[in-house]
Design a protein around this ligand. Sequence first.
Ligand code: HEC
Length: 302
Amino acid sequence: MYRTIKPTAVKWLAAVAAFGLIAAGTAGAQAPAPKAAAKPAAASKAVAAPVTPAKSTDATVREIEKYREALADGNPADLWEARGEDLWKQKRGPKNASFEKCDLGLGEGVVKGAYAKLPRYFEDTDRVQDLESRLVTCMVMLQGFKYDQAKRAPFGSAENKSNMEALVAYVTANSRGAKMNVSLSHAKEKEAYAIGKKMFFHRGGPHDFSCATCHAQDNIRIRLQDLPNLTKQEPAQRAYTSWPAYRVSQGELRSFQWRLFDCFRQQRFPELDFTSEGSVALTTYLARNANGGIFNAPAIKR
Ligand code: HEC
């Protein structure tokens, strides 16, 4: 309701094609570029194997598993969850309201199991929304924040912790153990899914990458990072149900919006606008593909 521009899939794709080259510079400047992708696009071959991923051997997979188990023993995500719970219950903003009247799809204030059914269509905004965009809506409608204020600082750092990431940790933790169950019954949900799928396979930018370039093959890794085949049910479930995650390497809890933001950077695409319709569409595609998987996050990752 506070965002009237509704780009269609076609407009979005055209924008990507037009701005891919320009945005590559800025996207790359935000964070260190992965080595292989920073190489001059070794012409056509780079597209097929842009990141020289390695086939996993059983031995390396076992070692990585051990490392992950060791990490999972103490997950600092607890700290984000606790801070998020406080923020949920605190009266904040110009209207001095808590989130306890915020409807995440299961009724006012209900957090239990809500994340496993997101993204979904909401009548009051007439949009499909993921968790983050819904939290922004509640900050605007209930707490009286300006839209830009509500969207500010979506991703935290050591100096500046993000309230958004804490709220995401709290809400998602309340879906631990729930079965992913994203509906496509509303026409706008179907539309979001179709747009997300298109985006997943859309190639563009300076390296002519799509999500599928890195995420449509089995058993590949870049160093210790899995590149799950997100087009297959089992790996798609495993990947989606493990976000948000506490990143040991960053000392921060990262939301699914961050995950997409960072993969746009890896893809040398224009910066992904936080909670944009494109980001929600892509999330709808990935979340729906994870249906039936048991949600198990906030997780902990390298
Ligand atoms: C250049 C290769 C590349 C491209 C293109 C790419 N990604 Fe990724 N993706 C990665 C890497 C590397 C990781 C693991 C990174 C890490 O652990 O920080 C990853 C991780 C992920 C994960 C989390 C997987 C898990 O199990 O934790 C998701 C989901 C994901 N990407 C989605 C996408 C989507 C959607 C796109 C398209 C917008 C995309 N990626 C484009 C390289 C890529």
